[in-house]
Design a protein around this ligand. Structure first.
Ligand code: CIR
Length: 261
């Protein structure tokens, strides 16, 4: 079984942080419906949804991925790079503390979970505007004793590492090579996004299925041509808040059922 921690879409999402997008009107009710369908997809793929307490006044609180990094040995509680998001982590730590060993990124370190991509024992971490060198140093310190090796990756033009690259198979990644250097991921099979869809690299792999946004149909075709099974979800309202399909969950595999993140 895999637990998927999620959190409801807050009405304040209309005031979310934006870095690379212009503000557009977000239909909160529609965003909530899309989020509910997304949770249904997670359930259909074998996840048990556990909703964290709603945080109606924290605009980005639906994007729980940024608050924690789950490893087999411990969960790292992140310290988001923007101050408006720092209050989100307390409830995540409180929910996990009874069952999992926790490690904490502490000031002056910053780390957003969206910058962390784990493949085997390698932890790729984006050098973004949200994750600083001290955050990466602390991540390395917290994980090296458990046999993980942390590889910093330069980014340009996007918010998080997982805006530019995600895993879509055992040793297969989907990436936008304008935003991240392909050579950082040598040894892995690489699928490039369609050039007309720069935001299309964010995919959520669960088992052997990829949950993927309906917005990026050209890139979706590339995935399907490679034999990857794709479950499409509509997430265009959350995309206006610079969120993608990985951002709205924290997956916690149990010992018998490991999934990728
Ligand atoms: C933010 O700027 O923090 C939010 N508006 C979007 C966060 C998306 N999270 C993610 O990609 N992991």
């Amino acid at each position: 079984m895999t637990i998927a921690l999620t959190r409801s879409v807050p009405p304040s999402i209309v005031d979310c942080e934006l870095t690379h997008l212009k503000r557009e009107r977000i239909d909160v009710a529609r965003a909530g419906e899309q989020h509910a369908r997304y949770e249904e997809r997670l359930t259909a793929l074998g996840c048990t949804i556990q909703r964290l307490p709603s945080l109606p006044d924290l605009p980005d609180s639906v994007f729980v991925e940024d608050t924690a990094v789950v490893l087999p040995e411990l969960v790292i509680i992140a310290r988001p790079g923007v101050e408006s998001r720092r209050f989100e982590v307390t409830s995540v730590a409180d929910a996990l503390r009874p069952n999992y060993p926790l490690g904490f990124v502490e000031a002056p370190g910053t780390l957003d979970g969206g910058d962390v991509l784990c493949i085997g024992s390698t932890i790729y971490v984006g050098q973004s505007t949200r994750t600083n060198a001290e955050g990466i140093r602390q991540l390395t310190e917290l994980t090296s004793a458990h046999g993980h090796s942390v590889r910093p990756v330069k980014l340009s033009g996007c918010l998080h590492l997982k805006s530019a690259v995600t895993r879509v198979g055992e040793d297969v990644i989907l990436l936008n090579s304008d935003w991240v250097d392909q050579s950082s991921f040598s040894g892995l099979n690489q699928i490039e996004i369609h050039p007309r869809e720069p935001f299309a690299a964010n995919a959520l792999l669960i088992g052997e299925t990829v949950i993927y946004s309906a917005t990026y149909y050209e890139t979706r075709r590339r995935l399907e041509e490679k034999g990857i099974r794709v479950y499409v979800v509509e997430t265009d309202e959350l995309e206006k808040a610079e969120g993608g399909v990985t951002c709205c969950n924290i997956l916690i595999p149990t010992d018998s059922d490991r999934v990728a993140s």
